[in-house]
Ligand binder design. Structure first.
Ligand code: ADP
Length: 233
């Protein structure tokens, strides 16, 4: 397994956001993390990314326990729900951000940003600001920014939530293709069952801080628990 969570527990005050969470993800897979609001999905992503620490349990990537590795050293890309692009930076500078943190040379930055702008199909828009882009374009820039330092693991927190239905559909297919092409192991949080079935190789369902089911989308939904799970949506 490339990513493993072992017996992870996390409380916020008396609230148990993660209750003995364990699962494993193979390299290169696109995983949909699905469940009702408040069931602990984002908390799982944030702990993997190093933005929160578990109270107990182990987070293992590529065979190494990373609990004590700072977020900036984990080599993980994160795409947030509402883009979280830097408003006063151009497309170019947004994508370049992580590369500047890594102190890459100007030439390396130019090359890598050009490659990513091409990948996301936004050539010619490098000097625009986020306010001059559509929602779908902004989310593509957020995706490129997360990928710039070449992460081995990509975490996406409801990446399509702020985008209207039609563009959302296009973007789902685009994301699935991109991730397959890059072969980067990815976990995306969603509360949309159809989206998870359409996009993910495997689905993990959370419920009240616990892992309820794990499996291939159609296996998960053909089990008797389906009606119970579907009732949340
Ligand atoms: P989901 O992503 O499934 O909606 P979350 O992981 O965001 O669930 O959160 C589960 C619950 O944990 C939230 O409803 C909230 O009550 C609590 N929680 C999450 N993060 C914090 C935090 N930083 N401080 C306090 N409570 C939090």
């Amino acid at each position: 397994m490339y990513v493993e969570l072992k017996n992870i527990n996390k409380h916020f005050g008396n609230f148990k956001a993660s209750d003995n969470v364990s699962f494993g993800i193979e390299k290169g897979k696109l995983i949909g993390l699905l469940g009702p609001s408040g069931s602990g999905k984002t908390t799982i992503l944030r702990m993997i990314a190093g933005l929160e620490n578990p109270d107990s349990g182990e987070i293992i990537i590529d065979g190494k326990v990373i609990n004590n590795v700072p977020a900036s050293k984990r080599g993980i890309g994160f795409v947030f729900q509402s883009y979280a692009l830097f408003r006063y930076m151009t497309v170019f500078e947004n994508i370049a951000f992580g590369l500047r943190v890594l102190k890459k040379s100007e030439n390396e930055i130019k090359e890598r940003v050009a490659e990513l702008v091409k990948l996301i199909g936004l050539e010619g828009l490098e000097n625009r600001y986020p306010s001059q882009l559509s929602g779908g374009q902004r989310q593509r820039v957020a995706f490129a920014r997360a990928l710039a330092p070449n992460p081995q693991l990509l975490l996406l927190d409801e990446p399509f939530a702020a985008i209207d239905a039609k563009v959302r559909q296009e973007l789902r297919h685009w994301l699935k293709e991109m991730i397959a092409k890059l072969g980067v192991t990815s976990i995306f949080v969603t509360h949309d069952q159809d989206e998870a079935i359409e996009v993910a190789d495997e689905i993990i369902i959370t419920n009240k801080g616990r892992i309820d089911q794990i499996g291939k989308p159609l296996e998960v939904y053909s089990k008797p628990k389906t009606a119970f799970v579907a009732s949340f949506f």
